[in-house]
Design a protein around this ligand. Structure first.
Ligand code: GLT
Ligand code: MN
Ligand code: MN
Length: 386
């Protein structure tokens, strides 16, 4: 009943199920699997797509011949399993060259290298079928604001994205960019820290239509923000090009837990939002299994992400169909049309009408709002007793 199907568009990065459990305090706990092995693992658990950074697939120091062989093997694995590549991205954070950023580095040679690396990685992604290209600027930031002028950094960031948009247009690629905000980690402060910042930045670009966002649950939670509200902002702006699903508590380090495992109620509202608005992009699980897991448990982790999504999707349908919920929502949103003239916008006539209206402030303030009842029903649906 909760079997993942291609139409659900569930994808995982090579770096998610391929995460080896390394953390700042400890060495890997799992052996490395090859990209081909990871594609087969994803097929086994029922995923639809695989995403990658250039260097998840092709090592940074591979020769052109090695690259071609790796790509051939990877394509064969995709063909054998039916797994598709919906999204690709660039690793602009692991190599020491990016220790002070890539597009926003103070060093023009580093910025140029980052552009060249991204162009090559775009070619690789497009060759394998990607139609969304993610930019997570993990190293684009500062620890001390003595070191980098934020206006200079944003100007460099803008110029880089403009250059890359022009490259994609010039090549005639069917590819859209999705900026992924994050407030901090690995930098002390990362530029474009939230969905709202990214949306404001996009409006300043040369080709704003080509660029949207890739919000991640964990990243907004790190900043203590309501993820669903950020996603709604992006959707309303026509900018929800991609989404990174995972979970974590507010205020913690980047935990990247299994989707829905920490704040299932927030995950419910997210799934309900995506399904209600008919979001049609990838549902990408950018998460990884606990460091204590072996690969059998990694499969349980991946299956769990998809299963929880589908369970919450069913709960959302149950919520929407519940007669008492519907009645409460109708009550809460009751509208006799008296003030619908306001939605036509401002005019002198509207203004005069509004000014002439007398409001019974006390009565409006006494209005019944059965929100406790509604929230308890929501909880009981989620807890499976309704
Ligand atoms: C990295 C990061 C993620 C980004 C990935 C894309 S890599 O794991 O924590 O949130 O989506 O670069
Ligand atoms: Mn994360
Ligand atoms: Mn992510």
């Amino acid at each position: 009943m909760y079997e993942p199907k291609p139409e659900h568009k569930f994808s995982f990065g090579l770096w998610t199920v391929g995460n080896r459990g390394r953390d700042p305090f400890g060495e890997p706990t799992r052996a490395a699997l090859t990209p081909v092995q990871l594609v087969h693992l994803l097929a086994e658990v029922g995923a639809w797509g695989v995403n990658f950074h250039d260097n998840d697939l092709v090592p940074i120091d591979a020769t052109p011949a090695e690259r071609d062989q790796i790509v051939r093997d990877f394509k064969a694995a995709l063909a054998a399993t039916g797994i598709v590549v919906p999204m690709a991205t660039t690793n602009l954070f692991s190599d020491p060259i990016f220790k002070d950023g890539a597009f926003t580095s103070n060093d023009p040679a580093v910025r140029a290298y980052a552009l060249q690396k991204t162009i090559n990685a775009i070619d690789l992604g497009v060759e394998l079928g990607a139609t969304v290209y993610v930019f997570w600027g993990g190293r684009e930031g500062t620890e001390s604001d003595s070191t980098k002028n934020p206006l200079d950094a944003l100007k460099r960031y803008r110029e880089a994205i403009n250059f890359l948009c022009a490259y994609v247009k010039d090549q005639g690629y069917n590819l859209r960019f999705a900026l992924e905000p994050k407030p901090n980690e690995p930098r002390g402060h990362i530029f474009l820290p939230t969905v709202g910042d990214a949306l404001a930045f996009i409006a300043t670009l040369d080709y704003p239509d080509m660029v949207g966002v890739n919000p991640e649950v964990a990243h907004e939670h790190m900043a203590g923000l309501n993820f669903v509200h950020g996603v709604a902002m992006a959707h309303a702006a026509g900018k929800l090009f991609h989404i990174d699903l995972n979970d974590q508590l507010f205020g913690r380090y980047d935990q990247d837990f299994r989707f829905g495992s920490v704040m299932p109620k927030q995950a419910f509202y997210l799934v309900k939002f995506l399904e209600d608005v008919g979001y049609s992009g990838s549902r990408h699980f950018d998460a990884h299994a606990y460091r204590s897991s072996n690969y059998e448990d990694v499969k349980a982790f991946a299956r769990g992400c998809m299963r929880t999504y589908l369970i919450l999707k069913e709960k959302a349908a149950q919520f929407n169909a519940d007669p008492e919920v519907q009645q409460l929502l109708a009550e809460i949103n009751a509208d006799d049309g008296t003030f619908s003239y306001l939605s036509a916008g401002y005019s002198r006539e509207t203004l005069a009408k509004l000014r002439a209206t007398t409001f019974d402030r006390a009565a409006l303030g006494q209005r019944d709002l059965p929100y406790e009842r509604l929230d308890q029903i929501t909880l009981e649906i989620l807890l499976g007793v309704r």
